[in-house]
Design a protein around this ligand. Structure first.
Ligand SMILES: C[S@@+](CC[C@H](N)C(=O)[O-])C[C@H]1O[C@@H](n2cnc3c(N)ncnc32)[C@H](O)[C@@H]1O
Length: 332
């Protein structure tokens, strides 16, 4: 039976610097089909991708003409051996050209060489190392790039990521809304007790929880309302108020009431269904926030720099809750 890699497993992988998880082609295809309109005449950069291993490179190589790409570039990181940049483009004679160029640096996405390529590119599409996800997104946003990248849902509570979501500069992609995803790992990957499978050809895979796409490319599905069936004023006892915010707790997204116009605290999986035309995101009450400062009202909270402390924690009957996103329905 296949087991699923826990957060502990992921942490262990992070500590061991085992960031070598390869995204499966089917996962890439399911997501990319929502964004084909964005790629015509564009340069795509896969900056954490060994073209010999990466299905991102493979996907764009196969679909180069179909998408009408201008150029595809891939670089990858090597700690201790030389690395290179691979490019695919159509030259002046209409011929497709592959070019391999050695890099002077090690392919780190933060290296000046990689940053220069990113600056020249239009859209970055990849699965970056989980351990550097926040830095990775920050760089993309600073360079004002379009992007579609894989990460873990817990990243939404990070101080670098949440403000982008709140300000509608980043949202979750379309195709992964729950469950876990399988990634291929190198043959020497130390598979331990949890979350692995070996196929009939000897390829090793691990399953990882909480995977999502993160993007700033729009898609129609994102503008569909969540259907709301519950009524706050008929079942008030189901929706306790926070001790420290002027807001009610809604423990499950499907329980968001249709008749409440105040602020509601919802789990972070709300973002899987978030339609920015239906709800406004007020702030994050992060269960892991460092601050224990008691905050009396939401207004007070709003005066605090939420980027620093992300607004404190949600407390009900003196008990701290998991991370909650505070939302308010937009009344048209
Ligand atoms: C989760 S894997 C995904 C690989 C590939 N993008 C894919 O989806 O199949 C992350 C990749 O990032 C590479 N990596 C690690 N640190 C990096 C860095 N600082 N800059 C660029 N790539 C890095 C790893 O070697 C690894 O191949």
């Amino acid at each position: 039976m296949t087991k699923v890699m826990s957060n502990d497993g992921l942490n262990a992988a992070r500590i061991a610097k085992k960031d070598e998880f390869y995204t499966q082609m089917t996962d890439i295809e399911k997501e990319l089909k929502n964004y084909e309109i964005y790629f015509k005449d564009k340069t795509v950069f896969c900056n954490c991708d060994d073209p010999e291993e990466s299905n991102f490179w493979r996907y764009f190589e196969i679909n180069f003409d179909h998408l009408g790409l201008k150029k595809l570039i891939s670089t990858h990181y090597r700690e201790a051996s030389p690395t290179y940049k691979q490019e695919l483009f159509v030259n002046e004679n209409g011929e497709k050209k592959f070019i391999k160029t050695n890099l002077k640096q090690n392919g780190d996405f933060r290296s000046s060489e990689s940053v220069a390529i990113l600056a020249e590119s239009d859209i970055c599409v990849t699965n970056p190392p989980f351990s550097l996800f926040r830095e990775f997104i920050t760089q993309l946003v600073e360079l004002n790039k379009q992007f579609l990248v894989i990460g873990q849902i817990n990243a939404v509570t990070a101080k670098e990521i949440f403000p982008l979501i709140k300000d509608k500069k980043l949202w979750l992609g379309q195709s992964i809304r729950s469950g876990d995803r399988e990634f291929r790992v190198p043959s020497n990957y130390p598979l331990q007790a949890t979350g692995y499978r070996v196929d009939e050809d000897g390829n090793k895979y691990i399953r990882v929880k909480g995977i999502r796409w993160f993007t700033n490319l729009d898609y129609p599905e994102r503008h569909k309302d969540i259907n709301l069936y519950q009524k706050y004023y008929e079942e008030k006892s189901k929706y306790p108020s926070y001790d420290n915010f002027d807001a009610i707790e809604v423990g499950k997204v499907k329980e968001i009431p249709c008749d409440y116009t105040g602020v509601m605290g919802v789990p972070i999986t709300f973002l899987d269904k978030y339609n920015p035309n239906q709800f406004e995101i007020v702030m994050l009450a992060n269960g892991n926030a460092r601050t224990n400062v008691p905050l009396k009202t939401l207004q007070e909270v709003n005066y605090r720099p939420h980027i620093e402390d992300r607004g404190g924690v949600g407390i009900i009957n003196n008990k701290r809750l998991y991370a909650r996103i505070l939302i308010r329905r937009k009344v048209l």
